[in-house]
Ligand binder design. Structure first.
Ligand SMILES: Cc1cc2nc3c(=O)[nH]c(=O)nc-3n(C[C@H](O)[C@H](O)[C@H](O)COP(=O)(O)OP(=O)(O)OC[C@H]3O[C@@H](n4cnc5c(N)ncnc54)[C@H](O)[C@@H]3O)c2cc1C
Length: 538
């Protein structure tokens, strides 16, 4: 065991989407000494920076933790691969680049649950603060932040037909799902700049690394938080096969993500008392909510064979591949700039619902599952997910070994209310496919296939043909009830000088992709941490 005599004010655990933002903001004051610890390596692989490179970085242990969920009854007993970034930039270094903030009502609801300071009006300034929007500034967008946001650099006719078809079934056209209203159909925007991925490691951490008061230690896996009584005083981490300890004068901040942060807490003796007892970890504080309240978006993936040429044809032809590579090298456009999806739809599964409760991701390509090779025929994918599922999962450590992965139980489709939305979502997907602008281009529904017709069959299709959309959140939820882990300033209940700042603090999942909201959370947390430090110094 080596004990560092370096002293830091703040130790941030995890250099992911949130951790890089915090490192940048907290080290802006040159008197504040910050240490950022990251279990993964530096983001040197070119596949991290080429947008479509997630096909190479997902499921690759050099950049991905490669979690696998437990057999899940709600999805016919299947186990899913749950990629999570293990590299500078975290999941933001291998995500699908889609920039979506969620709905105004999501944040108003967080505030209604008792989280003061988290209403939409409170958080909008932080979305704008982080953002450098290619389209320019307006009431909803900023241009001075480190996070570049840009339009897609790839268009394919089948995506235009899909958009047109959606409007034909009554979904309004909306070219900015992060603007005045989310509802509608339009092209996504992405976290990229001039055809290259723009993670928070690039936008926030890279410029901050030059600062003398910020140290970044990669390949350093934090194993537990160190306490004096119920005050966090530092962390223990594994680096180069040896254990190290380092102290924090002000605070330890966990930004290890929705799996990493609850795992570290549990391994440190902060978690459900019965679990700690079972695995033999001395209890520092009994906090039953650590690892509970797990939420994710489950996408049901419909694949349609089409008479149009799609990216399947381009990636399956050697000649086309050469052209695609050349196009990217020369103009930074084309298929290699592909975000995980092209077209977004936010709509209602039923007219009686008060706001959009389903989201579509349309891709001009198809595969058996994300990350697999493209099908050998022309096809596109129309995936639909419920935006605010009621089903809740959990994760828990199975031993006191901090290097062993926790058991992840997503419990997809375990709440019956989610069944109706899944069934309705497939029906909406089929209505779009049958609309005049799209129907003439469709040869057949390949997945799940026309044999699935009754509601029971559609639910079975959802169980069999669904995948994670990679949005686990909620495992260290913010709030003040007995299952809350952090308060509305993201301080761990019952523990001093310890916060959690990442996607795990969401009390309820947002109605959309989770990266932009996580960046917002870190921006807001940075302000709160600085404010609290000033307050304590007085
Ligand atoms: C394949 C994929 C595609 C996605 N696509 C999109 C998308 O298109 N749009 C979108 O909005 N969202 C997307 N997401 C989700 C989004 O990227 C995440 O919600 C977001 O990155 C979460 O940020 P975070 O800071 O909470 O965690 P992460 O970014 O995962 O960061 C956690 C960091 O902590 C590190 N860490 C963990 N444990 C330890 C430890 N013990 N010690 C030290 N370091 C540790 C990890 O290595 C990681 O670097 C996707 C995610 C994935 C995985």
């Amino acid at each position: 065991m080596s004990t560092s005599d370096q002293n830091y004010h703040y130790i941030i655990v995890g250099a992911g989407s949130a951790g890089c933002v915090l490192a940048y903001r907290l080290s802006q004051d040159s008197r504040t000494r910050v240490l950022l610890l990251e279990a993964g390596a530096r983001d040197l692989s070119p596949w991290i920076h080429i947008p479509v490179g997630y096909f190479k970085t997902m499921h690759n242990p050099k950049t991905d933790w490669c979690y696998i969920t437990e057999p899940d009854p709600g999805i016919a007993g299947r186990q899913l691969q749950w990629p999570r970034g293990k590299v500078l930039g975290g999941s933001g270094s291998l995500n699908g680049l889609l920039y979506v903030r969620g709905q105004k009502e999501d944040y108003d609801r967080w505030a209604d649950l008792g989280n003061s300071g988290w209403s939409y009006d409170d958080v909008l300034p932080y979305f704008k603060k982080s953002e450098d929007q290619e389209r320019g500034a307006d009431a909803y967008h900023g241009v001075s932040g480190p996070q570049k946001v840009s339009d897609l650099r790839l268009r394919r006719p089948i995506a235009d037909y899909f958009i047109q078809a959606a409007t034909e079934i009554g979904i309004p056209r909306n070219d900015d799902c992060n603007g005045a209203t989310q509802e509608g159909v339009g092209y996504f925007q992405q976290t990229a700049y001039k055809g290259l991925r723009w993670s928070t490691a690039k936008g926030f951490l890279r410029p901050a690394k030059r600062r003398a008061n910020l140290d970044v230690q990669t390949r350093a896996q934090t194993t537990r938080v160190l306490f004096e009584g119920n005050q966090a005083i530092g962390v223990e981490y594994m680096l180069g096969g040896r254990m190290h300890q380092v102290g924090a004068e002000s605070e330890v901040i966990l930004s290890a993500g929705a799996i990493g942060s609850p795992q570290i807490l549990q391994c440190s003796g902060v978690g459900p008392g019965d679990l700690l007892h079972r695995v033999g970890i001395p209890e520092v504080h009994d906090l039953p909510g650590v690892g509970r309240n797990l939420q994710d978006h489950l996408q049901i993936r419909l694949v349609f064979k089409t008479s149009q040429r799609t990216l399947n044809d381009e990636v399956n032809s050697l000649l086309k591949q050469v052209w695609v590579g050349l196009q990217y090298a020369l103009t930074r456009t084309g298929p290699l700039t592909l975000a995980a999806s092209q077209v977004a739809i936010f709509t209602k599964s039923d007219p009686s619902v008060d706001r959009p409760d389903i989201q579509f991701h349309m891709q001009p390509l198809s595969a058996d599952k994300p990350g697999d090779g493209a099908h050998k025929f022309s096809a596109f994918t129309s995936s639909v997910c419920q935006l605010r599922p009621y089903s809740r999962g959990h994760l828990e450590i199975e031993s006191k070994d901090p290097l062993q992965y926790p058991a992840i139980h997503p419990n997809y489709l375990s709440d019956e209310r989610d069944h109706q939305v899944a069934i309705a979502g497939i029906k909406v997907a089929r209505r779009i496919a049958a609309a005049p602008s799209l129907a003439p281009h469709i040869l057949s529904e390949f997945v799940p296939g026309s044999q699935y017709q009754t509601d029971d069959e559609l639910l079975q299709a959802a169980r069999l043909h669904s995948q994670t959309i990679y949005h686990p959140v909620g495992t260290c939820k913010m709030g003040d009830d007995e299952t809350a882990v952090v308060d509305d300033r993201l301080r761990v209940h019952g523990i001093g000088r310890l916060r959690v700042v990442d996607a795990s603090i969401m009390p309820e999942i947002v109605s959309g992709n989770t990266n932009a909201p996580t960046i917002m959370i870190a921006e807001k947390a940075a302000d709160m941490i600085v404010e609290d430090a000033h307050h304590n110094a007085r």
